[in-house]
Design a protein around this ligand. Structure first.
Ligand code: NAD
Length: 259
């Protein structure tokens, strides 16, 4: 159980981040949410999952591409919730284009949001975690932190970088009660992936076939992973049994990287 712990999950108004926040709330953690869109709906969903009052679930609207916003968010979490015990670096975006056509501003945004934000949250969360000799950092990388796909240069670069950051932080904290690990999901049916299915469907492929094709090309189980399944893995990494799991990049990819 995570009663008495505070968890900050970046990008938790939607998809995987919201699912992880709900599982951590169910385990008793107090949540600080972050992300764009309908923050009130996310706070309500997390409160319901944890049996908490909505007022107990906090949200900070920091833009993860801006180091100044990230510092404000970390100050807010320390001020309102005491400190961050569990940090889940999850916010992420995608853009698909050939490298020679890749818009420079999209490259910069993906590196900032999917990679550099985790450096900033980690460097700001670590001092209090070290002082308490307890902390859990869970980075939501991707199968694309381990292998590449064409047309995703910025995303693959950022996610490989996030796996590298995970290993480095795990080594720097190896003798402490702070652990740092990455989770590497394959396909999870969230708005981020729905966009890619819709792009296929827009070319005239029926939606169900677009989903089947997307899975069939990469994910041998032919099943999507759910945000809740990823939340349960994050909860395990936060549990006492996870104390000596350090610096892993744990695939939840239906066999994608086993091929
Ligand atoms: P999603 O689009 O459903 O959610 C993304 C979240 O990040 C939202 O809450 C959004 O508001 C937030 N966000 C986006 N830009 C932000 C910014 N600049 N500042 C703050 N918040 C921002 O996506 P998802 O599929 O749930 O993806 C979550 C993470 O999981 C991402 O890092 C993604 O790369 C990773 N991932 C997703 C899949 C998948 O199949 N969906 C697979 C592997 C890894």
């Amino acid at each position: 159980m995570l009663t008495g712990k505070t968890a900050l999950v970046t990008g938790s108004t939607s998809g995987i981040g919201l699912g992880i926040a709900q599982v951590l709330a169910r385990q008793g953690a107090r949540l600080v949410l972050n992300g764009f869109g309908d923050a009130e709906a996310a706070r309500k969903a997390v409160a319901e999952a944890g049996g908490h009052a909505v007022s107990e679930v906090l949200h900070h609207p920091a833009d993860m591409s801006r180091p100044g916003d990230i510092a404000d968010m970390m100050d807010f979490a320390a001020r309102e919730a005491g400190r961050v015990d569990i940090l889940v670096n999850n916010a992420g975006i995608q853009h698909v284009a050939a490298v020679e056509d890749f818009p420079v501003e999209k490259w910069d945004a993906i590196i900032a949001i999917n990679l550099s934000s985790a450096f900033h949250t980690t460097r700001l969360a670590l001092p209090a975690m070290r002082a308490a000799d307890w902390g859990r950092i869970v980075n939501i990388a991707s199968t694309h932190g381990l292998v590449a796909s064409a047309l995703k240069s910025a995303y693959v670069t950022a996610k490989h970088g996030l796996v590298g950051l995970t290993k480095t932080v795990a080594l720097e904290t190896a003798t402490t009660g702070v652990t740092c690990n990455a989770i590497c999901p394959g396909w999870v049916l969230t708005p981020l992936v729905q966009q890619q299915i819709d792009a296929r469907a827009a070319k005239g492929v029926p939606k169900e076939q677009a989903e089947r094709d997307l899975l069939g090309e990469k994910q041998p189980s032919l099943q999507f992973t759910t945000p809740e399944q990823l939340g349960e893995l994050a909860a395990f990494l936060c549990s006492p049994a996870g104390i000596n799991v350090r610096g892993v990049a744990w695939q939840v990819d239906g066999g994608w990287t086993a091929q």
